[in-house]
Design a protein. Structure first.
Length: 318
């Protein structure tokens, strides 16, 4: 017997495959990537953190022109514009909203009033239970293998069974999944789907600079480090000149600050650092990535990535 994909239902949304492309801030996941994932049968997610509400509206419109599939946004609760971005996306009739790094009661009220499912990204059973109680339609359980800001130092394999046994809503596993056998492992541990980000950075459709993608392609396991972020959470990224400056306490202080985050140590500007790497100034920026980045060596069209994932998954024994 071979494995079968579980039926992932978030509110009334049922993607063909239970594969979500994780939202990536500062224009790493924009309309072309999200739409390609939606067209391939997954859920495509626009990273809204770092966008103005007008930019986000335009990105959603652009994605809609490219696909009739399922499109969501991801926004970090830590950004001051959180409410404006979520409400703007709801007005644009986004299919669902993912919130990272925390949530408030309000978001579930807005989701309920508009019929838009809200999915909370959590790293502990306690937070998963709170999200369910407040009205989350699903949770993403994110382990320490994930790229970007991290909410735990525990692995996805440790936290996933604890979270699935605590809530009734679907649990989507995230962190370190780069292939079909990784998906199968998460399904065996009780996940209803997976969220993957690093694999989709190395796609033709991902909007980051070639310099960013080349850092991924050339990465070895030892190049993946944890950095201190002014947001107050550690972040998983590739070691480079900028990461060394952060660990040495000599990253450049912000030149300009519009207080875009609710809380920030102002040790350096994480937004500017992410923007720098997105446009190709990787030596002056933070290159977020998941722990298993070294296992991906090819830049492929999203459809081909999906074909490979499905084939690898189908070959997994039950
Ligand atoms: C470049 C990059 C940017 C990210 N930005 C965000 C973000 O803005 N919001 C968020 O909730 N998660 C963010 N993440 C986390 C991903 O959405 C995802 O949950 C995680 O990376 C999954 O692990 P994987 O990359 O090993 O597949 C980011 C990850 C990467 C690699």
């Amino acid at each position: 017997m071979f494995m079968k994909f579980p039926h992932l239902k978030i509110g009334q949304l049922v993607p063909r495959y239970p594969i979500i492309q994780g939202g990536m801030a500062l224009r790493v996941s924009t309309a072309p990537l999200a739409a390609a994932v939606a067209n391939a049968g997954g859920i495509g997610v626009i990273g809204a953190t770092g966008m103005t509400v007008d930019e986000l509206r335009n990105e959603i419109k652009a994605a809609r022109r490219l696909t009739r599939g399922i499109i969501g946004i991801n926004v970090m609760f830590a950004v001051r514009q959180f409410a404006t971005l979520v409400q703007g996306a709801i007005e644009e009739k986004i299919d669902l909203v993912f919130t990272g790094a925390g949530f408030s009661r309000d978001i579930f009220k807005w989701g309920k009033a508009s019929g838009v499912p809200v999915v909370s990204i959590v790293s502990s059973p306690k937070l998963a239970a709170i999200a369910e109680k407040l009205g989350a339609s699903a949770v993403v359980a994110e382990g320490n293998e994930a790229g970007g800001h991290l909410g735990t130092n525990r692995s996805i394999e440790e936290i996933l069974p604890e979270i699935t046994s605590r809530v009734k809503i679907p649990v989507i596993a995230a962190g370190g999944v780069v292939d079909g056998s990784g998906i199968a492992k998460m399904i065996r541990l009780g996940a209803s789907g997976v969220q993957m980000a690093t694999r989709f950075v190395l796609s033709v459709e991902c909007a980051v600079s070639d310099a960013f993608k080349q850092m991924y392609v050339k990465a070895c396991a030892d190049d993946v480090v944890l950095i201190k972020s002014p947001v107050g959470m550690p972040g998983r990224a590739l070691r480079n000149i900028f990461a060394d400056k952060i660990s040495g306490g000599c990253a450049p202080k912000p030149e300009f600050c519009d207080a875009c985050l609710k809380e920030c140590s102002r040790e350096y500007c994480i937004i500017q650092a992410l923007r720098n790497s997105q446009v190709g100034r990787v030596d002056e920026g933070v290159v977020f990535c998941g722990k298993n980045v070294h296992r991906i060596k090819d830049i492929l069209p999203v459809q081909k990535i999906f074909d490979n994932l499905v084939k690898e998954f189908d070959e997994e024994p039950d």
